[in-house]
Ligand binder design. Structure first.
Ligand code: TYD
Length: 208
C-alpha cells in the first residue's frame, strides 16, 4: 500500500501550492504520486463541487453541505484514492474528512458523532496516514484569499466568527491525536513552509 497524505487547514494557508510542491519532491525521490483534491477529484465530484461552492443565489444548510461532500467523497475514495494506494502510489490530497469536521462541525455547528457516522459510510473507513495542518491566523488567511477575488467561493464568504471556529476546530483535532497530524505554521514564505513539511514528514515516516 502507498501512503495517503492529506493537506488540511483554514483558508489562505497555501495548501494547494504546498501539495503540489510535496508531490514534485516525492516524484524526484522516485515515488509514483497521485495529486487530488476535495470536493472534487472525479467527474461527478466536480459537478457536486460546483453546486457546493458556486456563488448562485441560494443558501445551503450545513447538513446539505455534509451530504454533498460525503457523496463526492464516496466516489473519490473508490474511483481514485483506494486504487492508487493499492497499486503502491502515494496520494497527496488537498482536504479530506477533517475539512468536514472543521467546517461543517466547527463552523456549521454539527455534532461530531453524526458527522463521523457519515464519514465512515462515505469512505469505508479509509483514513489518511498523516494530515498536514497548514495553520494560519484567520485574518491573515482571509486577506490572502481575498487578494485573488476569482478564487473566492461560497464558503469563503462566511463571516469571521465562522472561520475562527474552523481554525479552532482544526487545532483541537490535531491536539487530540498528535500521532495523526503534523502542524505547520504557514505564515512563512512558501520555501520555508515546504522545507518544514518535508523535514517533519520524513521524521514521522521514519518513526512509523
Ligand atoms: P477550494 O477552492 O478548494 O479552496 P481551499 O484552497 O480553501 O481548499 O475550496 C474548498 C472549500 O470547500 C473550502 O472553503 C472548504 C470547503 N470544504 C468544506 O467546507 N468541507 C469539506 O469537507 C471540504 C472538503 C471542503
Amino acid at each position: 500500500m502507498g501512503k495517503f497524505v492529506v493537506f488540511e487547514g483554514p483558508e489562505g494557508g497555501g495548501k494547494t501550492l504546498q501539495a503540489r510542491l510535496l508531490a514534485d519532491r516525492l516524484r524526484i525521490n522516485g515515488h509514483d504520486v497521485v495529486e487530488t483534491r476535495e470536493p472534487g477529484g472525479t467527474r461527478v465530484g466536480n459537478e457536486i463541487r460546483s453546486v457546493l461552492l458556486g456563488l448562485g443565489d441560494y443558501t445551503m444548510l450545513p447538513e446539505t453541505e455534509t451530504l454533498l461532500l460525503a457523496a463526492a467523497r464516496a466516489q473519490h475514495v473508490r474511483e481514485v484514492i483506494r486504487p492508487a494506494l493499492e497499486r503502491g502510489a502515494w496520494v497527496v490530497c488537498d482536504r479530506y474528512v477533517d475539512s468536514t469536521y472543521a467546517y461543517q462541525g466547527g463552523g456549521g455547528g454539527l455534532d461530531y458523532q453524526s458527522l463521523q457516522a457519515i464519514q465512515v459510510f462515505a469512505t469505508g473507513g479509509l483514513e489518511p496516514d498523516v494530515r498536514i495542518l497548514l495553520d494560519v491566523p484567520v485574518a491573515i488567511g482571509l486577506r490572502r484569499r481575498h487578494a485573488d477575488p476569482a478564487s473566492v467561493n461560497r464558503i469563503d464568504l462566511a463571516d469571521m466568527t465562522y472561520h475562527q471556529r474552523v481554525r479552532d476546530r482544526y487545532l483541537e483535532l490535531a491536539a487530540a491525536s498528535p500521532a495523526g497530524w503534523i502542524v505547520i505554521d504557514a505564515q512563512g514564505a512558501p520555501d520555508t513552509v515546504q522545507s518544514c513539511i518535508w523535514r517533519q514528514l520524513q521524521q514521522r515516516l521514519a518513526n512509523a
